[in-house]
Design a protein around this ligand. Structure first.
Ligand code: PLP
Length: 414
């Protein structure tokens, strides 16, 4: 017999498992609204034009090699990533207080950050929003942190439970780590207003709570890269410290390339140097060094934004950064238009209940408020696949599938 005969069958991942079930369904009407990946109006995955261009440039470069990157990844990529999230004029960057390491997309960045904290930060507790992305508690627990939650979502208003959030952070022990979604909170699509962010910032700084930002949707929420980074920049502008996990999966459509970055904003350049030396010790035994291709694509596109202002109008290169922002805005706009169309379709059917949260929520997902039974009814009768918490990916919808989804929701709540 096998030495592994006693290994128990593990359950499917709750998010990726939705796609497994979808793939098994032979129905031609089936719709997958489970996974957080962008689809075109035709329901196809999208490779951005600017990404294709960057790849062509990379392939045509005769000096291109496949050597190992340093443990910390591609230096240009790291610099440009920090600039993208913290802003071109960030004082923290100018003062060399930021260390950035290339990691395996958002997940890998969160994990490396968490491993670093578990080794070098004297507080174990990390407070994550309730609810949050399903992988958060696992990543932090396995890194050795102790996961606690703070109230975030109010099912009654389908909006932010701001009072609950403030109360819970106020009760958190001084110095605790707090995970914050930079924008487009997953799964709820509910973000604090800028005014609420400012109150959160003040409370956290007054209690020395350490912010750990997860930025998986910069540019995807509003269509504007700077607008979606405002929460983060408020925290960095006050001179305090924080961690930042960045992903290029959604905003550049580089999902499978696994390209992301972890930045740690430190109090001084001196601290940043030491922190980076320890990040290397975390990374080296985990995967040695990160992959080169995706980071080269990102660096090629972002480099354009750093071309000297005087050359901007002469330089054709700058076009790539601009083209990216246009393609990004088009993705964001399509999602926003899906929200409006779904809302209109439910209004037209006279579906009972208030569905305005569909247009108020932001980012890739709508937290519909549908319960487990309603979700399984929609899967069984309408072949619509989504996570059991009622989260649907707006990016998976198109003009053709919206009437079908609206029919399903209408039937489920009636
Ligand atoms: N954080 C949040 C909130 C997410 O929604 C996701 C992806 O769905 C990630 C992080 C990480 O994604 P990736 O590792 O593909 O960059």
């Amino acid at each position: 017999g096998s030495v592994f005969a006693n290994v128990a069958q593990a359950p499917e991942d709750p998010i990726l498992g939705v796609t497994v079930a979808y793939n098994k369904d032979p129905s031609p009407m089936k719709v997958n609204l489970g996974v957080g990946a962008y689809r075109t109006e035709e329901g196809k995955p999208l490779v951005l034009n600017v990404v294709k261009k960057a790849e062509k440039m990379l392939l045509n470069n005769p000096s291109r090699v496949k050597e190992y990157l340093p443990i910390t990844g591609l230096a240009d990529f790291n610099k440009l990533s920090a600039k993208l999230i913290f802003g071109a004029d960030s004082r923290a960057i100018q003062e060399n207080r930021v260390t950035t390491v290339q990691c395996l997309s958002g997940t890998g960045s969160l994990r490396v950050g968490a491993e670093f904290l578990a080794r070098h930060y004297n507080k174990r507790a990390i407070f994550i929003p309730q609810p949050t992305w399903g992988n958060h508690p696992k990543v932090f627990t396995l890194a050795g942190l102790s996961v606690k939650t703070y109230r975030y979502y109010d099912p009654k208003t389908r909006g932010l439970n701001f009072q609950g959030l403030l109360e819970d952070l106020n009760m958190a022990p001084s110095g605790a780590i707090v995970l914050l979604h930079a924008c487009a909170h997953n799964p709820t699509g509910v973000d604090p207003t800028l005014d609420q962010w400012e109150q959160i910032r003040r409370l956290m700084r007054s209690k020395s709570l350490l912010p750990f930002f997860d930025s998986a949707y910069q540019g995807f929420a509003s269509g504007n890269l700077d607008a979606d980074a405002q929460s983060v920049r408020m925290f960095v502008a006050d001179g305090g410290e924080c961690l930042m996990a960045q992903s290029y999966a959604k905003n550049m459509g580089l999902y499978g390339e696994r390209v992301g970055a972890l930045s740690i904003v430190c109090e001084s350049a001196d601290v940043a140097v030491k922190v980076e030396s320890q990040l290397k010790l975390v990374i080296r035994p985990m995967y040695s060094n990160p992959p080169i291709h995706g980071a080269s694509i990102v660096a090629t596109i972002l480099k354009d934004s750093s071309v000297d202002k005087a050359y901007v109008f002469l330089c054709f290169l700058r076009e790539m950064y601009r083209e990216w922002t246009i393609e990004l805005k088009a993705m964001a706009n399509r999602i926003i238009s899906m929200r409006q169309q779904l809302f209109n379709a439910l209004s037209a059917r006279g579906t009972p209940g208030d569905w305005s949260h569909i247009i108020k929520q932001i980012g890739m997902f709508t937290f519909t408020g549908l319960n487990k039974e309603q979700v399984s009814f929609m899967t069984r009768e309408y072949h619509i696949y989504m996570t059991s918490d009622g989260r649907i990916s707006m990016a998976g919808l198109n003009t053709k599938t919206i009437p079908h989804l609206a029919d399903a929701i209408h039937a489920a709540v009636n």
